[in-house]
Design a protein around this ligand. Sequence first.
Ligand SMILES: Nc1ncnc2c1ncn2[C@@H]1O[C@H](COP(=O)(O)OP(=O)(O)OP(=O)(O)O)[C@@H](O)[C@H]1O
Ligand SMILES: [Mg+2]
Length: 129
Amino acid sequence: MTKILLLCIYSQNELLQVVLNILNNAKDALKEFRLEDRKIFITIYQEENNAVISIKDNAGGIPEKLLPKIFDAYFTTKHQSQGTGLGLYMSYQIITNRFGGMIDVINEEYLYHGAKYKGANFKIIIPLG
Ligand SMILES: Nc1ncnc2c1ncn2[C@@H]1O[C@H](COP(=O)(O)OP(=O)(O)OP(=O)(O)O)[C@@H](O)[C@H]1O
Ligand SMILES: [Mg+2]
């Protein structure tokens, strides 16, 4: 736990930039999905010697055929005034090059308080050294 805290303090700006990119995407997807009951779950935990930050929404997930492209530069499904397609590309560069970590996404179906949800789950995995 202390190591995760230290990681957050020492690398505040870049890590925050990545988290904000993912949160903004979740916000856009939730708006687009037009669901009343909007959720974003942020979980931080330690798995072996890695810090894991998971950010999961209930906006339906990312179409399977788009999954291999979303970390590419300039890949966007948004209107050009809404998105450049650089958010996840930059996030990927920061996590892999600056932190020696990994960032990945899966579509997840899950239960929360008895209700069934589906959405994208982005996981940032950072080795604690
Ligand atoms: N939580 C999500 N749910 C559904 N689709 C998503 C989600 N996050 C990302 N995407 C898809 O991934 C694409 C790429 O995201 P990325 O953040 O790289 O670019 P963008 O949001 O379109 O533009 P920007 O450069 O302004 O961030 C999005 O256009 C969207 O189609
Ligand atoms: Mg984005």
